[in-house]
Design a protein around this ligand. Structure first.
Ligand SMILES: Nc1ncnc2c1ncn2[C@@H]1O[C@H](COP(=O)(O)OP(=O)(O)OP(=O)(O)O)[C@@H](O)[C@H]1O
Length: 223
């Protein structure tokens, strides 16, 4: 991978504030960071606000204020009155359990992600690159954990995202599979030129998957 261009805007510029309330409980997120790395890990204890921050970046947290810029492009800037709705942010989101549509085949799952004609034209190449061509007509329940992971990633990329959010993509797996898929995921990510923000608890994931680390504690960036 090429070294970052010092004149290019940061890959990610983020300052997100939000207060979540449920009855007596409340949680204040006030997280700011910049990253020039193509792949940034978001680390932090359970409840530190990692998923909430991802939701704000994806445009799924209506109460969020502040700014979110990806490679210089503003997705949200509350001072400037900019707040793109989620469907216009072009963000690929891969959840812990991969969240494939169970009633759709692998191919239909990928097509769902790719709405534009030029995105559809790339589906065959994604099936090849992720080595899931033979599984195009398979239903998600018949796939292994590793195959599901590849389909989920291919589906997220089928939408030609500007940013890929991975929320603990390996946490549902047992140790042996986790080790294998971590290496596979690292290889797949190194082949796509899309910025990635990846949430994890696991220092080994950070080592293998990211070039920069942001640590959250109680809704704030601490390192
Ligand atoms: N709607 C809500 N109202 C009040 N508090 C909330 C709401 N949603 C989440 N929280 C609280 O916000 C905090 C951050 O939650 P979040 O899911 O972002 O943490 P996390 O770092 O992703 O945790 P984990 O690693 O366990 O997934 C938690 O304390 C949670 O209980």
């Amino acid at each position: 991978m090429n070294p970052p261009d010092p004149l290019a805007p940061p890959v990610l510029e983020l300052h997100v504030r939000a207060t979540l309330r449920a009855g007596e409980r409340h949680f204040a997120l006030d997280a700011a960071f910049e990253s020039r790395a193509m792949r940034t890990a978001l680390l932090g204890a359970s409840g530190s606000g990692k998923s909430t921050l991802l939701q704000a970046v994806a445009g799924l947290l209506p109460e969020a204020r502040g700014h979110v810029r990806v490679q210089g492009r503003s997705l949200m800037d509350s001072q400037a009155g900019v707040n793109l709705p989620a469907r216009l942010r072009r963000i690929g989101y891969v959840f812990q359990d991969y969240a494939l549509f169970p009633h759709m085949s692998v191919l239909q799952n990928l097509r769902f992600g790719a709405r534009e004609p030029e995105a559809r034209a790339q589906i065959d190449s994604l099936l090849q690159r992720f080595d899931i061509e033979a599984l195009r007509d398979a239903m998600p329940r018949s796939l292994s954990g590793g195959q599901r992971q590849r389909v989920a990633l291919a589906r997220a990329l089928a939408a030609q995202p500007r940013l890929l959010l991975l929320d603990e993509p390996l946490s549902a797996l047992d140790t042996a599979l986790r080790t294998r898929l971590r290496a596979e995921l690292a290889q797949m990510l190194s082949r796509v030129p899309v910025p990635v923000l990846i949430v994890t608890h696991d220092p080994q994931d950070v080592q293998a998957l990211a070039q920069a680390v942001v640590e959250l504690d109680a809704g704030r960036v601490v390192g």
